[in-house]
Design a protein around this ligand. Structure first.
Ligand code: DQA
Length: 150
């Protein structure tokens, strides 16, 4: 059974209470619970991981290669705009991934317009709020079934 990994970066543990006008009212626990049950419906295993620490996110990406994870869904949080090290980890493991953001970062401050991940991601999702995680899971499922773009 293909296994998926959902990684959320810094401050995303605060979803629900953090700037709800930007990120919505859904908590990370609720997002992860919904994502796990959707993954099961789609016939996949899903593991969820969140950390505020760059090195822990890098370690988790490296671990994903050992665990033979088929696909990663990644919201790098603010590391999107800063972390060459996390980018290098994704390049090293060569696991396809979707870069996901709750908000449309292009419609926000200019410093959020740059991403160290978009050019190496299989695809990117911006601005669908918590629903973006469901869209990403459908896309990942389609991708591992070899049906991407069809
Ligand atoms: C975010 C966008 C980032 O710019 C920000 O630092 C976050 C959340 C999003 O999901 O919209 O922490 O990744």
């Amino acid at each position: 059974m293909p296994s998926f990994l959902l990684i959320n970066g810094p401050n995303l543990n605060l979803l629900g209470s953090r700037e709800p006008e930007v990120y919505g009212a859904t908590s990370l626990d609720d997002i992860e619970e919904r994502a796990k049950s959707l993954a099961t419906e789609l016939g996949h295993e899903l593991e969820c991981y969140q950390s505020n620490a760059e090195h822990e996110l890098i370690d988790r990406v490296q671990q994903a290669a050992t665990d033979k994870v088929s696909f990663i869904i990644l919201n790098p949080g603010a590391f999107t705009h800063t972390s060459i090290a996390l980018r290098d980890a994704l390049l090293a493991v060569k696991i396809p991934f979707i870069e996901l953001h709750l908000s449309n970062t292009f419609a926000r401050e200019e410093f959020r317009h740059n991403s160290y991940f978009s050019d190496i991601a299989q695809s990117c999702l911006f601005g669908f709020g918590a629903y973006g995680y469901e869209l990403a899971l459908h896309a990942a499922s389609n991708y591992v079934a070899g049906r991407e773009g069809k």
